[in-house]
Design a protein around this ligand. Structure first.
Ligand code: NAD
Ligand code: UDP
Length: 320
């Protein structure tokens, strides 16, 4: 274990942030989660609240904050399309001002900053799979641009502060799933599991031939921590699981694993929905020794269990 550090996790009460807090507390660090609880929840960190090395502070990262820390994981941002499109102007500001305030704090106290960027910086990619050197095809005026351009601007700020001396670590995170995703999150894995467990039809947008590569949250956390603690690598580093599936394949797998009586129904494809997405993770493998270990079926089983208890459903469904 590394020496105990003072760590700030913005977005620490969210899906990824709460798993990260668990990991950091397990490693013996002092952790402050900063969160406005807009898409995250106190429940995600309820089990940590009585821990003497953990604190949850309600704060909006568009406003500055002060704290002496060694590390800042900047994760605060709505992350699912329905959430980030609800108030798109705010989404841009959360990403830009959130990064700015994390970086200014780091500059003042000598902390290192990890920025949670996203595969969305590649937009609807013309290059497949996507390496870090690909500069992307984002529609700057579309309904996803508040998130995509907000994250791109955060990357730009991160590297500008780096050029004036701040230690930074930049990860581009690909679709990640697992327990503690919000039930109303709207992303595909949580939607399908909630629908299947409720015996409702699974809403496939478009014809379901679009692809995504799904990473189990535990694998992602390993990559995040390895990058943060790497002595020199600034990134960008893609983090994700390169196993690629169509959305229709995902729906069928969820139906199979839950034994649901729901069927697949087709709904209109949202505007600017990327056709395909798969990370090249050669850099993460080479520099961080990163290797996703949890196959989709195993990760889905664990996630379904998590959602069963979140929905208050007692016993296991067939196929689990
Ligand atoms: P999430 O919505 O569960 O977590 C985001 C957290 O940020 C929530 O707890 C929310 O309350 C908090 N937050 C939002 N605005 C805030 C503000 N103004 N001030 C303080 N806190 C604020 O989503 P997630 O999936 O855990 O995403 C975490 C980070 O990882 C995000 O930055 C997201 O863009 C990035 N990311 C996630 C994925 C993924 O597939 N899960 C993929 C790429 C990037
Ligand atoms: N999707 C779907 N049904 C849903 C939710 C999403 O078919 O109920 C599709 C969506 O159109 C996209 C893919 O699943 O093609 C992944 O969507 P998600 O919102 O999870 O992530 P992102 O588009 O940001 O990768």
């Amino acid at each position: 274990m590394s020496a105990a550090l003072r760590i700030l996790v913005t977005g620490g009460a969210g899906f990824v942030g709460s798993h990260l807090c668990d990991r950091l507390i397990r490693e013996g660090h002092e952790v402050v989660a900063l969160d406005d609880l807009s898409t995250g929840s106190r429940d995600n960190v309820a089990h940590l609240l009585s821990h003497r090395r953990f604190r949850l502070v309600e704060h909006d990262v568009t406003l500055p904050y002060e704290r002496e820390v060694d590390r800042i994981y900047n994760l605060a941002s709505p992350a699912s399309p329905p959430h980030y499109q609800r108030d798109p102007v705010r989404t841009t500001l959360v990403n830009v001002l959130g990064a700015l305030h994390a970086l200014k704090l780091a500059e003042g106290c000598g902390a290192r900053v990890f920025q949670a960027s996203t595969s969305e910086v590649y937009g609807d990619p013309e290059v497949h799979p996507q390496p870090e050197g690909y500069r992307g095809a984002v529609n700057p005026i579309g309904i996803r641009s508040c998130y995509d351009e907000g994250k791109r601007c955060a990357e730009s700020l991160l590297m500008d502060f780096h050029r004036r001396g701040v230690e930074v670590r930049l990860a581009r995170i690909f679709n990640t799933y697992g327990p503690r995703m919000a039930l109303d999150d709207g992303r595909v894995v949580s939607n399908f599991i909630v629908q299947a467990l409720r015996g409702e039809d699974l809403t496939v947008y478009g014809d379901g031939s679009q692809t995504r590569s799904f990473c189990y949250v535990e694998d992602l956390i390993e990559g995040i921590v390895r990058l943060m603690e790497h002595p020199a690598e600034t990134g960008p580093v893609n983090l994700g699981n390169p196993e690629e599936f169509t959305v229709l394949e995902l729906a069928e797998e969820v139906l199979h694993l839950t034994g649901s009586r729901g069927r697949v129904v087709f709904r209109p494809l949202p505007e600017d929905d990327p056709r395909q997405r798969q990370p090249v993770i050669d850099r993460a493998r080479r520099v961080l020794g990163f290797e996703p270990k949890v196959p989709l079926r195993t990760g889905l089983r664990r996630t379904i269990e998590g959602f069963r208890s979140a929905l208050g459903l007692g016993h296991r469904a067939p196929g689990l």
